[in-house]
Design a protein around this ligand. Structure first.
Ligand SMILES: NC(=O)c1ccc[n+]([C@@H]2O[C@H](COP(=O)([O-])OP(=O)(O)OC[C@H]3O[C@@H](n4cnc5c(N)ncnc54)[C@H](O)[C@@H]3O)[C@@H](O)[C@H]2O)c1
Length: 270
């Protein structure tokens, strides 16, 4: 098996669950020392133990990405423990399923603080460590909602457009120090966030099935599929790639149709 991240340390927010957890496990298997930053201490501790019992190196650091002091100390703790930092992956995120007129300012600000301001804090405080390396990597998790409007999630969609724009700007401003910054944009991915979002609807199974009709591959993506794209952008396999986005969505954004089963091949295709 390849060990693409030997000698590298990665700080991953949202690492206690879903895409962040899958990324942490994959990075550790590839030889990285991983800092697991998350609000959820119980789950974060479980991920840390699982990585260590598989022979990897991991440190859980409690972190609220909305608080600058919390992000700064979580980054400094990981860099201090592992003797430097080369990779930052910003996975922490939340979603609300509600319309614009149902928001109050506090809810709106909370979502933006987790999904956007948290990335600002992480990159700002990681830079002191990243700049000490010849090469360094930042990968931010956007969404298909970085490109198109999604019904019922106005704040989330606004936040994910911001994540893509921020990623491009960071790529420009810090290229001189050897930093590459890119955005991975997942489609419908089977994580606790997705299940929580679906369970807020009257019929979760029907909601999922309706949404998957829009996906040519017809299934929710496993978090490991997203993690592999994050890995690609966090090592020299992607040398020369910066300021861009990698959509991993089972073809969602390629489809103009609402019902992709209508465009699948006929069974008598030669
Ligand atoms: N699941 C999907 O379908 C999907 C699709 C597109 C994009 N995304 C994005 O992928 C990223 C990961 O989402 P996921 O689906 O794995 O969700 P998830 O809920 O499984 O994981 C998100 C993690 O972020 C952590 N978190 C939330 N607020 C935090 C805070 N203030 N400080 C620190 N950690 C915090 C949570 O504790 C959780 O562990 C998010 O940015 C999400 O928007 C998910």
């Amino acid at each position: 098996m390849s060990r693409r991240l030997v000698g590298q340390t990665a700080w991953i927010s949202g690492a206690a669950s879903g895409i962040g957890e899958a990324t942490a496990r994959l990075f550790a298997a590839e030889g990285a020392r991983v800092g697991l930053a998350d609000l959820q201490a119980d789950r974060g501790g479980d991920v840390e133990r699982a990585i260590r019992s598989a022979g990897g190196e991991a440190l859980f650091v409690p972190c609220d990405v909305t608080r600058e002091d919390s992000v700064r100390s979580a980054i400094d703790d990981v860099a201090g423990r592992f003797g430097g930092l080369q990779i930052v992956v910003n996975c922490a995120g939340i979603v609300h399923g509600k319309l614009l007129h149902e928001y109050d300012a506090a809810d709106w600000d909370r979502l933006m603080a987790v999904n956007v301001r948290g990335i600002f804090f992480a990159i700002k405080h990681a830079l002191a460590h990243l700049r000490l390396n010849e090469r360094s990597y930042v990968v931010n998790i956007g969404s298909i909602s970085s490109f198109v409007g999604q019904a019922g999630t106005p704040a989330y969609t606004a936040s994910k457009f911001a994540v893509l724009g921020l990623s491009r700007s960071i790529a420009l401003d810090y290229a001189d120090i050897g930093l590459r910054c890119n955005c991975v944009c997942p489609g419908i991915t089977d994580t606790p966030m997705l299940r929580h979002h679906l369970h807020a609807t009257p019929d979760p199974a029907a909601t999922l099935s309706r949404r998957l009709h829009r996906v040519p591959t017809g299934r929710a993506l496993p978090p490991d599929d997203i993690a592999r794209s994050v890995l690609y952008l966090s090592c020299e396999d992607s040398a020369g790639v910066t300021g861009t986005s990698l959509t991993v969505d089972g073809g969602y954004l390629a489809a103009a149709e609402w019902e992709t089963s209508r465009v699948t091949l006929p069974s008598d295709l030669p």
